[in-house]
Design a protein around this ligand. Structure first.
Ligand SMILES: [Mg+2]
Length: 256
């Protein structure tokens, strides 16, 4: 027997805030993944860290998440003012810039039908939780891991029927409008004068973050994988959320 797994990736170097743009996933990167998707806990120290980062980077900070932009604002900003960071929500379908510009597509026509079908499916599979999103709907099966294949097959069939995209994640199968991913979000933000010409660094923990790693590398930057995944295009790795906070604190120039 020999071990065919690749050598583990090393932690990233501590970059100076000058000349970089940071793209951060939310769940599993900035916050621990919760037992339920609505059970995430964000404490004041994380909000303060994000604020300090945004300041240190002079706005070259973007949160790139499968969650809606509104959720990201509620978790990380919690103030009436505009957030000092850009947001790509709903897997890159919603874009918000720090100067107030916003882009979002129309709601999919079939959303009501899909939500009804998902609700019936969840009733038949205890532990499965449905989530309505502005541009899609999700089946979460963290509470029913045995239903993973059934969730995937059901979501896959509905995706084909309604011309939507199936987005797989950790313990979730999500239907969403086609088009846009985390890589597109990186390219759009990097085209903006505030970030153009800087080195993009993308931190994420899940399959959906691979598009962000690839986009960052194509723009002469790099990705940081959080936690373990068998194969990744990221150049570096940090073991967990606590390590992410420490690394970000160095960039922000605050103590962790
Ligand atoms: Mg994540």
């Amino acid at each position: 027997m020999h071990d065919a797994s690749p050598a583990p990736l090393l932690p990233p170097p501590d970059p100076s805030a000058a000349g970089i743009s940071l793209f951060l996933d939310f769940d599993g990167t900035l916050v621990e993944i919760a037992a339920r998707h609505d059970g995430v806990v964000v404490d004041d120290s994380l909000r303060a860290l994000v604020r300090a980062l945004a300041e240190g980077l002079d706005g070259r900070l973007a949160i790139v998440s499968g969650r809606t932009a509104a959720e990201i604002v509620a978790y990380l900003h919690a103030a009436d003012t505009a957030p000092p960071f850009a947001i790509a929500g709903s897997h890159g379908l919603e874009l918000r810039w720090t100067d107030g510009r916003r882009e979002a597509p129309a709601h999919p026509d079939a959303l009501d039908l899909i939500l009804t079908a998902f609700a019936a499916f969840a009733d038949a599979h205890p532990g499965v939780v449905t989530e309505e999103k502005p541009f899609g709907a999700a089946l979460h099966y963290r509470g029913a891991p045995d239903a993973a294949d059934a969730c995937d097959a059901f979501a896959s069939r509905l995706a084909a029927e309604h011309g939507l995209e199936l987005q797989r994640g950790k313990m979730v199968a999500e239907l969403r409008l086609a088009g846009g991913d985390k890589g597109d979000a990186v390219r759009r933000f990097m085209a903006d004068p505030a970030m153009a010409g800087t080195t993009p660094i993308f931190l994420g923990d899940d399959i959906t973050d691979e598009a962000g790693f690839v986009a960052a590398a194509a723009l002469h930057g790099w990705g940081v994988q959080i936690g373990d995944t068998p194969l990744t295009t990221a150049r570096y790795r940090l073991p967990d959320v606590a390590a992410v906070h420490r690394w970000l604190s160095h960039i922000a120039g605050v103590s962790a």
